[in-house]
Every structure is written in structure tokens, then in C-alpha cells.
Write a protein that binds this ligand. Sequence first.
Ligand SMILES: [Zn+2]
Ligand SMILES: [Zn+2]
Length: 411
Amino acid sequence: MSMSLTDAVKIPETVVEDVIRVRRDLHAHPELGFEEVRTAGIVAARLRTLGYEVREKVGRTGVVGIMRSGRPGRTVLLRADMDALPLTEESGVPFASREPGKMHACGHDGHVAILLGAADMLARLRDEVCGTLVLCFQPAEEGRGGAAAMIADGVLDEPHVDAVYGLHLWSEHLAGMVLTRPGPMMASSDTIEVTIIGRGGHGAQPHRTVDPILTAASVVQALQTVVSRRVDPLEPAVVTIGSLVSGTAHNVIPQTARLLGTVRTFDESLRNEMPKFIEDVVAGCCAAAGASYELDYRRVYGVTRNDAGEAAYVRSLAASLLGPQRVAEQPKIMGSEDFSFFLERCPGCFFFVGAGKPEESSPPHHSPQFTIDESALATGVQMMVALGLDAPRRPSPRNGRSPSGSRNGLP
Ligand SMILES: [Zn+2]
Ligand SMILES: [Zn+2]
């Protein structure tokens, strides 16, 4: 590069202000998964203005911006997810959601604003870019697998992507920190839906019924023995029942009860065993009560597993830009991410950018009070610009050669 990477990723104040403006506008107008029409329109228009080749409706509401530098180098995908969550905002910020029942409570508004800010910077620095950049604005991360939809529509194939990077603003860490880890970082996430079918009747004559509520209660309790008694204690796993719905009146034993739950693991063979462990419990409890059941077990997201070399690269890149005191190893967490679909097909790294405020403990992601420290946005832009400039210069594992004087992320 003709200028140093550290100089290149100094983000002008006007760009930072624009990123904050875009984030607040998206925050006020949240859209749920696969409904991100307004957001996608803003993204596509902006990418076109900046001179990117734009593809719309990739994975339904996804948008892709491509920059082909014409210089040798890897094809690098940078990803931002765009969807909001179905809850009503109570954060009290002046740019709070104008849509009751919809809120950017995970920070994806910030992810879109960051990647658009990086798109702006990378367009200004076009003469420094090598290889090909694929800026990927993904729909429906929150449980609906927008990443898989974009992959099915070819986002990794045309052009063929060599490496993928994605970030998540994370309010548990102080704003400006960058954290990642090699190997597994976030858990797999699968869902269970159980309908317990009893026989309804009078609340005063339980002996003439099969009580699905009591059966459901024993299922909820007994499911906790899956993790405590069937899973290796050294292996992380979670079984949570998040919904139990049954009945309508004080004195009526209902016909059915319905349970919804989530199952988290890190180990693929354990992930494959969990459906049997869970069905054993459901079947046993129902048999004891004389009830029957229907069990729907769905594999949703796999483990988010970073390539070890790419994770080390992102750490060293962050340390060279921000200073080593702003970089740390991210512990494994039981949350999940559909960036895992990209990482299953392509080496890369998912990392967190701290977005917590120093003076207060930040409300958790997915809470109606969720907020971010907006100073994190500039850090996110810096990281994405640095990756856009430097990651294409890294040697491709396929040919083992450095395309054009890779500095391996070190200044
Ligand atoms: Zn989320
Ligand atoms: Zn999220």
C-alpha cells in the first residue's frame, strides 16, 4: 500500500457522523427478518452512489455490493445483518422505534451503518484496494437463517469468496474493544416444540382425565436431567424451555399442553445425540401419565467456528490499529449466530466489537431497554475498512502465495 494501514483507517469525523445518522434512522424504522425492504432500499441506493456493483433480492431481502479492484488478491466478504426483533422498545432514546412491536434490540442497525460507512471509506480508498470486495447485507439473522438464504442464492459463488468476516456489537464489553477467539466461539442452536396430548375433563374429577399440565410440568423438570445426568459435565450444553402454554379456566383440565424450547451445544456429536436424550424424557414422562406427544426437533444454527489462522489475523490487525490493550480473547458463549453458515463453507472470523457504556451496566441484547454506546460504531468501521484493505492481500490457503505483498495484518 502507498499509505500505511493505520493512516488509511483514520475515519474522518464527517463519515463517523454519517454512520451515526444512518444508524439512528434505521433504529427508528426497524424491520423484521425477510421484511427489510426499506433498509435494503437504503443500502442498495447508497452502494450504487458509491460506485459498487449492486445485487438486490439475494436471499429474499439481502443486498450485495461488489468492488472488483482489477488487482490480484483474494475475494473477501464482509457481512452485516439487517433485521430487528419483535419487541416494543422501552429504551427512551430520542430515535426510538416508531414501529410498536419491532425494535433493533440486538444492534443490527449499527452493523448496517458500520458496513455502509466502511463502503464509503473503501470507495474513497479504491486505488488501495486489492482483489475483490463483497459487501454482504444479510436479512433475517434472528432465527430465520438469512445467511443460508443468501448462500443458496450464490453469494459465496459469484464471485468465488475466499474469506468471510463479520462483526457483532456487544454491550457486555466496553465500547472500542475487539474480541474474538480461534475455533468454536458461539454455540449451535436447535429448537424443540412438544405437544402433550392428554384427555380433558372436570378439574374436580382428575381421575377421569389425563392431565397434560401436570405431565408438562414433569417434562420441564425432567428435561433438566438431560444436561445434568446425560451430558458429559465437561461439555457445555443448555436445554431451556421458554414457553409452556395450556388451559383456559380454573376448573377445566385441558386437552393439550405445548412447550417450546432451545437446545445449545458446542460439540457436533453431542448435538446429534440431543434429540434422542430429549425424546427419551418426553416419552418416559408421557408414558407414566398415559399421555401421548408430538415432538418437533429442528436443527437451526450450527456452531460459529472461526478459522484459527483468520482469528489470529483479526486479533493482530485489531491490535495494530487500536493498540493491544483494546484487544482480548472472547470466551465461548452459548448464544448463536447464523454467520456459522458462512464459516461452515469458507474460512473466516466472527468478532465482537464492544458497545457497552463505561458508567453503567448495559441492558442485555434482546431487552426492550437495549442501547449501545455509539462510539463503538467508529471502531466497527475501522475494523471493516482495515479488513477490506488488508485481508485481500493475505495469502490464499489454496495457492499459499501472497497475492501482492501481504503484510499479514502487521504494520
Ligand atoms: Zn440477537
Ligand atoms: Zn445479533
